[in-house]
Design a protein around this ligand. Structure first.
Ligand code: ZN
Length: 408
């Protein structure tokens, strides 16, 4: 253990400076190529084996372990959200500047800082790790997680456990709600506004649709850990948009923060039932379609896909021994006792690893959630140092647990 600690200590500063480099390379979803290249070079230098970039552009490497424990996968993402107006930042968003005890800039916390830490922790554990450490940093996390879905489907890595580096402020995070965009599209008959009797105006159905949405809201379940599933109308569009034309198309968009047990089919059925009930005979002459919204995504590696606007949720049982082992191994920063165990408020790639593919998944990383996606994004360097030192303890404890439970 002490050898690991010494090696980890000497690598922290290098990890921070690598994080700075990564921040200087903008990488919106679908444009992660340059950051992927920089990461590849670093991983090659650090001695990662089986280094590869998969079809969709994820970067994957392995630090081989002693073969006594099943593989653990570290995961962060390569993309960041847009930085917005540079003049509204106190520090240039792509400077990667360290000042006042913080690493600043877009991606400092979400997630290039933690990405650099995870990558260096894995490399530092060479020769100490009881099992393989897979490092897989994925694309498109900020747009539904195409990278992780692809990685899991391809089965080129098959970890027994995934540790995600999304901000937990040193806690152990065990899940989050999913998010879906559901579209209700009503088609009628367009016409001139001067002769409304010749048209079928979908706007006339709005009261029934709103009543249907209210019915769905009342039906949402509450989870004692993740909170309530929520659904809300966020957009209303008509086509054609001319103000003297009765439109033939109305689309209402629902933003649905959904509990992990609910799938897209169930959501669509629930909406369809409620709308049919509320509209009743008013529906005559109209057609209603309910579907998950879709978006065409293009990866920097040249793949193009029409993808559902759906990010799955997940939840680990807080009493799962893996969660307990993780919380004890990490402990509470500056205090006695195990780390706090809680869900994230936002979605992560864990929705794919655990929610869809069933692989146990935990989150552990420095960083306070409220800085994410803002123009004050920053990573507290002391918090980063603390979690960097805790990572090997976490990994070794989880490996011990995984290997002993395998023997049983
Ligand atoms: Zn993130």
């Amino acid at each position: 253990m002490s050898d690991v600690k010494i090696s980890v200590e000497s690598n922290f500063e290098k990890a921070l400076s690598f994080a700075s480099d990564l921040i200087r390379i903008p990488s919106l979803s679908g444009r992660e190529g340059e950051v992927a290249k920089r990461l590849w070079d670093e991983m090659e230098t650090l001695g990662f084996e089986q280094l590869r970039v998969d079809e969709v552009g994820n970067v994957i490497g392995v630090i081989p372990g002693g073969g006594q424990a099943p593989p653990i996968m570290f995961n962060c993402h390569l993309d960041v959200v847009a930085e917005g107006d540079h003049s509204e930042w106190d520090y240039e968003p792509f400077s990667g500047l360290m000042s006042g005890g913080f690493l600043h800039g877009r991606g400092s916390m979400d997630i290039k800082g933690p990405l650099a830490l995870q990558t260096y922790v894995a490399a530092s554990m060479k020769g100490q790790s009881r099992g393989d450490l897979i490092v897989a940093h994925t694309v498109f996390e900020e747009c539904g997680g195409w990278g992780m879905e692809h990685l899991m489907e391809s089965k080129i890595v098959e970890p027994a456990l995934v540790i995600i580096g999304e901000a937990t402020d040193g806690d152990i995070c065990i899940g989050h709600r999913g998010r879906a965009e559901v579209e209700i599209t009503v088609t009628g008959l367009a016409g001139h506004a001067s002769v409304p009797e010749r048209a079928k105006n979908p706007i006339d159905l709005i009261p029934d649709i709103v009543a249907g949405i209210e019915e769905i809201k009342r039906d949402q379940k509450i989870d004692s850990i993740l909170g309530a599933s929520t659904v809300v109308a966020t957009s209303l569009e008509v086509l054609p948009e001319s103000r003297n034309v009765i439109p033939d198309r109305l689309t209402v968009v629902l933003d649905w923060r959904v509990l992990p047990e609910m799938n897209q089919g169930q959501m669509i059925e629930q909406v369809r039932d409620a709308i049919t009930r509320q509209t009743g005979s008013n529906l005559e002459g109209f057609e209603v379609k309910v579907a998950t919204a879709t978006e065409t995504q293009c990866s920097y590696s040249g793949l193009q896909r029409e993808r559902d606007s759906f990010t799955p949720g997940f939840l680990m049982d807080p009493n799962d021994p893996l969660v307990q082992v993780a919380a004890s191994a990490v402990g509470k920063q500056g205090k006695e006792g195990p780390a706090d165990v809680r869900p994230w408020a936002f979605a992560t790639d864990g929705g794919w690893t655990k929610g869809v593919f069933g692989i146990p998944t935990l989150g552990f990383a420095p960083g306070k959630e409220h800085f994410a996606h803002t123009n004050t994004e920053r990573l507290d360097i002391e918090d980063a140092r603390w979690s960097f030192h805790k990572y090997p303890d976490l990994v070794l404890a989880l490996q011990n647990h995984l290997s002993s439970s395998n023997i049983v």
